[in-house]
Design a protein around this ligand. Structure first.
Ligand code: CP3
Length: 366
């Protein structure tokens, strides 16, 4: 079921003359491009002085929840780096609030959920009817889309990326109460509670589809689904407990009329199964050479990646060689989006990030 405005959005994407001019969207759809498009995971983050200047006066959640500031941070990063796509500034955990799960970000610790969700009754109590409260993300995205509505100097339309978490990765934060090493509580529920786990997956999918629809309606060209910690699962468990809900999420986002990028870390053994979700693009981490990762997901799928983010600390010759290596592995085939294998970390030299984007533009030209 879609409302009329989403239908309108789909028609606009299908018919849009600008769609053909965004090399980022074209690459997601495995159409030929004039050069490999590039953007970077966590391109607006603590490595960037402009972001830190904003962070000095606002908490992470304040930034996320204030559309003017979230839009400004998103736009500044994309323009500073000269990338081909802007990812909306938000966080994976924002949907927890309307579900009734309180959390905060503690300095040096990352996200903390004060009352982790570990019982069937707690899962039953999760709300799925308040997702409208997340509309501040759509409002920020609308501002970003408006800002980038005119083509750039080279005639290319900047891609606008919305995002959400995947059911497993979000469930892991909810159940563990924060980041985790061994995912014991998550797997305890997954293996041991045949009612709570499927219900949790179902509720997350419900909320995430609505959240993604808000972003598409606001102007997102593509949705990226982050399954950052799915690499904690073996193939059997991924297939038994996560493949179906993740597939449902991805198919329902695609039905909104946008391509989906599905990304995880440490996924070498999971890639063929991740491909079964039907995602248009699979995000590869840096541990698998891009050509092998692409072989694992198959030619009928686009790939995004996969420079080691820590290579951004390397001397110039080494960094340039690694950038070239990724582009050589892609071999100019349609359906490659240059990116990192995971997010830029704090302390990364900004000039190396900017230089990397320049090298991709030069070396990735057809
Ligand atoms: O340009 C961008 O990509 C920034 C937008 C963005 C943020 N979070 C802002 C943020 C995006 C795309 C995310 C997604 C996100 N959030 C993921 C998936 C991406 C990934 O890295 O795998 C995850 C796992 C989270 C959860 C999360 N948020 C963690 C684990 C942390 C703490 C880790 C850290 O880097 O400190 C955050 C905080 C966070 N979210 C920061 C930013 C810029 C850094 C903290 C800050 O500014 O105070």
């Amino acid at each position: 079921m879609r409302d009329a405005s989403v239908e309108g959005k789909i028609a606009a994407i299908v018919d849009s003359p600008t769609q053909g001019t965004s090399r980022f969207v074209r690459a997601c759809l495995r159409q030929p491009v004039d050069r490999t498009p590039v953007w970077l995971l966590r391109q607006a983050g603590r490595y960037m002085p402009e972001y830190m200047a904003v962070r000095k006066h606002h908490s992470l959640l304040d930034i996320c929840r204030t559309p003017e500031i979230a839009a400004e941070v998103t736009i500044t990063a994309a323009e500073r780096l000269g990338v081909d796509a802007a990812i909306i500034f938000a966080d994976l955990l924002l949907p927890f609030t309307p579900m009734g799960v309180d959390f905060e970000f503690l300095a040096g610790e990352g996200p903390v959920v004060h009352t982790p969700v570990r019982t069937l009754d707690q899962v039953r109590a999760l709300r799925t009817d308040r997702t409208d409260e997340l509309n501040y993300v759509a409002k920020a995205l609308e501002k970003v889309a408006h800002h980038f509505s005119a083509p750039r100097a080279d005639g290319d339309q900047l891609g606008i990326i919305g995002f959400c978490g995947a059911p497993f990765t979000l469930a892991s934060y909810m159940i563990e109460g924060g980041s985790s090493r061994n995912y014991i509580e998550t797997k305890r529920m997954m293996y041991g509670d045949r009612e709570a786990w499927p219900l949790l997956m179902e509720k997350l999918v419900e909320v995430l589809v609505t959240y993604a629809a808000q972003q598409v309606e606001a102007g997102a060209d593509v949705i990226q689904v982050f399954d950052s910690w799915v690499g904690a699962l073996g193939v059997t468990d991924y297939r038994e407990f996560c493949l179906a809900p993740t597939t449902e999420l991805i198919r329902r986002i695609q039905a909104l009329g946008v391509p989906v990028i599905y990304f995880g870390v440490d996924t070498a053994s999971l890639l063929p199964s991740m491909r079964e979700t039907g995602a248009d693009v699979i995000g590869l981490d840096w541990r698998t050479p891009l050509s092998e990762g692409w072989k694992a997901v198959g030619e009928g799928c686009a790939v995004q990646g996969n420079l080691d983010p820590i290579a951004l600390f390397a001397p110039e010759e080494v960094l340039r060689a690694r950038v070239h290596e990724v582009l050589d592995a892609a071999g100019g085939r349609p359906g490659h989006i240059f990116n990192l294998g995971h997010g830029i970390v704090p302390g990364t030299p900004v000039e190396n990030v900017i230089q990397t984007v320049k090298w991709v533009k030069e070396y990735g030209a057809r």
